[in-house]
Design a protein around this ligand. Sequence first.
Ligand SMILES: [Zn+2]
Length: 311
Amino acid sequence: MRRRIYVFVLFVGLLSGRSLNAQSEQIVQMDTLNVRDVLYHLAGGGGNGLALIDEINGGVILIDSKLPGWGQAVEEVLAQVTDLPVTTIINSHYHPGHAGSNGEFEEVEQIIAHENTRESMLRTGSYREGASGLPTSTFRDRYTLLDDLDRVELYHFGRAHTDGDIVVVFPEKGVAYLGDLFPDKAVPAIDFEYGGSAKDFPATLAKIVSGIDGVTRVITGHGPFPTTYAGRGRRARGADRPWSGFMTWSDLAEYSDFIRELVAEAEEAFGTGQTVGETVAGLTIGDRYVDYDLAAAEAMVTVLFRELASQ
Ligand SMILES: [Zn+2]
């Protein structure tokens, strides 16, 4: 490319007889300096995931391992960009779409998750003590790994989708992975049996928004799905690109507002004695957040009412 541009410049110069400073020859050439492509988004297999190539320690850090049976597909795609094996896994929470392939990476030395996530994995019966795939390092509020440019910070701010959801932040890259704390622009699923809480969801999101600085790009747990798919929120099964790009910190702040207003509206309806059905039918939140998927509203309101009734 460079050679071709040089030849072109020379040709124009000869033709016009002008110096090489002439306007028509002022070609700005640009080459990528992004020689450090180390953080990747991995779509498909049950949810979003990320991979950080850690050259210093010689391994790949996988953030969410996807559904059971997807380990090999993850390894194959990673082999296109690195020879290094997956040596560390971080799970955003215990659900199979995020932790299902944990035991399928032979060279994994460490699996990191919230302490409640490890408990939940044991409770499901799919994992037992001593078996591969179970978290080896757990934490309660905060955990940090790697240094400098590749630092990874893990935060837990409280109950929401489950009782073990974490935010994975890459501070030097301005990137955060929210898992199912922010699944998409949609009403979230609440796993009440495993500590999830519709009532606490707004406070947990508010703490994330106010407690983390410097993030511009946000990766959600599942979306956003390309608009060519049949409707928002539908799983893009069999699609080539089941992901249409990252969201922003403002999207997360807006999502936090959405959840706060949704829960407040439902709480008010509960206070006036409305049923779940009446509450969902009367929700006005959809008028304010027109591009949000409300399909899970009934399930969320059901959990909320259960929590409010037991107070
Ligand atoms: Zn989940």
